[in-house]
Design a protein around this ligand. Structure first.
Ligand code: NAD
Length: 497
């Protein structure tokens, strides 16, 4: 019998108000039932908000270095449990074990970074324009933070939000993706084991349009951090705007790797395989487009197709597998539709393009790594986020055209350029319209201590990771102390007057 899991609300594991549960199955082997998870609704969210609000004053009053110390213990526990957690994540989410280990490691890095940030939540002292007057800023917690996360990076993304929110003194309510509730459960257990006061964290499982929406609409949650698709993000942003909430949106991508004639092609090949087919293409930073300069186009396309054919599909727990399954049936059906769309648009299917045959892969959502060439800028294949192992190859004449093609999409998360020309590299750094650009490295590979996010419809101006996220999760308070003993009027009683 598979285990039945609970929400974590008001300091205890609890059944949902609905009494209903949904099944969580291994995407590589459908008969492997991981567990039943709460199909919660707004009543559970309301209870979680009341509990988190009770915890808020105590947590805000806990010194930030002490809050950081708890996160250091979280980092230690994640380190100890890394292998067990990574295996559970692969079983739940499908990506290969090397990648889930990396996902946990990013959580560990984020924990240690957050721990040290507890001693560095700087304010500023600034000279006043008036005599005998002191001016300074410091940070205050905001309140209960609502965190809504996607399935594809099920450990690191919740930690990117949760750890800074906690260090800044905010209790949190996590609503993980329906496809990865077990990883979220393991994370919350780790935080509790590390000594986090129980009501400072709440976990509410369930569907986005029910639980996610209830979080976004709850007036007791003034700050929302969302990662997911741009369409869902638009809904979250609209409600947040209407309700005057602080909202961080990290959304879709349509990332390109550019390879110039003078590039190291072997290096560029390793990069594109990892970027396009790692996580089965289900990364916000996945390489979805490959922009090739004319002279190396045919040769490099052949290299990519030959190597893609050799990638071994299989269960992520099998160390021989390079590429795991897609997350669910709808994700695979979407890729099938894009393959049809690509053919209709006149692109040429060079490799893959279908569901693999054979008994071994017949009970999972596998799809063969797929390469289309002759993809026209402006076509659906070239413009839309596909979120699967499908790479669109586009031929260009020079760097200026490559940059134009890269920039001409509604997203702006990540880009990559392979070249040995220093001047081209610097020009591209400036002109590629993305939040992150990699030089001679693939479109994926963010590090926890640097800001992460994108421009245009990928983001709304905030960043996760690194230092800016601590600004997002705290209010800046400014204090003026006038010890002159008289009324001094700013802008009026100046030295000249
Ligand atoms: P999704 O938008 O379907 O779901 C994301 C989360 O939002 C889930 O927890 C879901 O339950 C919830 N949700 C759904 N409807 C909601 C609603 N109406 N109100 C509130 N919450 C709602 O995305 P997904 O399929 O889980 O993830 C894939 C998407 O996430 C891709 O577009 C990918 O590019 C993006 N992503 C972006 C980043 C980034 O940092 N930019 C990182 C990872 C994934």
């Amino acid at each position: 019998m598979a285990k039945t899991f609970g929400n974590f609300i008001a300091g205890e594991w609890a059944a949902p108000a609905t009494g209903e549960y949904f099944e969580n199955r291994n995407p590589a082997r459908w008969n492997d039932l991981i567990g039943r998870f709460p199909d919660s609704d707004g009543r559970d969210v309301a209870r979680a908000v009341r509990s988190a609000a009770r915890a808020q004053p105590g947590w805000a009053a806990t010194p930030a270095p002490a809050r950081g110390d708890i996160l250091r213990r979280v980092g230690d526990l994640l380190t100890e449990g890394k292998e067990v957690i990574a295996r559970a994540m692969t079983r739940e989410m499908g990506k290969v074990l090397t990648e889930t280990r990396g996902d946990v490691q990013e959580g560990i890095d984020t924990a240690y970074y957050a721990a040290s940030e507890g001693r560095r939540l700087f304010g500023r002292t600034v000279p006043s324009e008036l005599r005998d007057k002191w001016a300074m800023s410091f940070r205050r917690p905001i309140g209960v933070a609502g965190l809504i996360t996607p399935f594809n990076v099920p450990m690191a993304i919740p930690t990117w939000k949760m750890f800074p929110a906690l260090v800044c003194g905010n209790p949190v309510i996590l609503k993980p993706a329906e496809d990865t509730p077990h990883t979220a459960t393991l994370l919350v257990e780790t935080l509790l084991d590390a000594g986090l006061p129980a009501e400072v964290i709440q976990l509410v499982h369930g569907r986005g349009e029910i639980v996610g929406k209830a979080i976004v609409e709850h007036p007791g949650i003034p700050v929302i951090s969302f990662t997911g698709s741009s369409d869902t993000g638009a809904l979250v942003g609209a409600t947040g705007g209407r309700m005057h909430k602080r909202v961080s949106l990290e959304m879709g991508g349509k990332n390109a790797q550019i390879v110039m004639n003078d590039a190291d092609l072997d290096l560029a090949l390793e990069g594109v395989l990892w970027g396009a087919f790692g996580t089965t293409g289900q990364r916000c930073t996945a390489t979805s487009r490959l922009i090739l300069q004319r002279k190396i186009h045919d040769r490099f396309l052949r290299m990519v197709c030959d190597a893609a054919e050799r990638l071994r599909l299989g269960e992520g727990l099998d160390t021989k597998s390079d590429v795991g399954p897609l997350i669910h049936q709808a994700a695979r059906e979407k890729i099938v539709r894009y393959v049809e769309a690509g053919k209709k648009e006149g692109a040429s299917l060079e490799s893959g393009g279908g569901i693999p045959r054979g008994e071994r892969l017949s009970r999972g959502w596998f799809f063969r790594p797929t390469v289309f060439a002759g993809v026209r800028p402006g076509s659906r294949l070239e413009q839309e986020e596909i979120f699967g192992p499908l790479l669109s190859v586009i031929r260009v004449n020079d760097l200026a055209e490559a940059i134009r093609v890269n920039n001409d999409v509604r997203y702006g998360l990540s880009s990559s350029l392979y070249t040995s020309n220093l001047a081209d590299a610097f020009r591209a750094m400036r002109e590629l319209d993305n939040g992150i650009t990699y030089l001679n490295a693939p479109t994926i590979g963010a590090e926890a201590h640097l800001p992460f996010g994108g421009v245009k419809q990928t983001g709304n101006g905030h960043r996760e990771g690194g230092w800016p996220v601590y600004d997002f999760f705290s209010e800046t308070k400014v204090v003026y102390v006038d010890y002159s003993g008289k009324l001094q009027r700013a802008q009026i009683d100046t030295e000249e007057s």
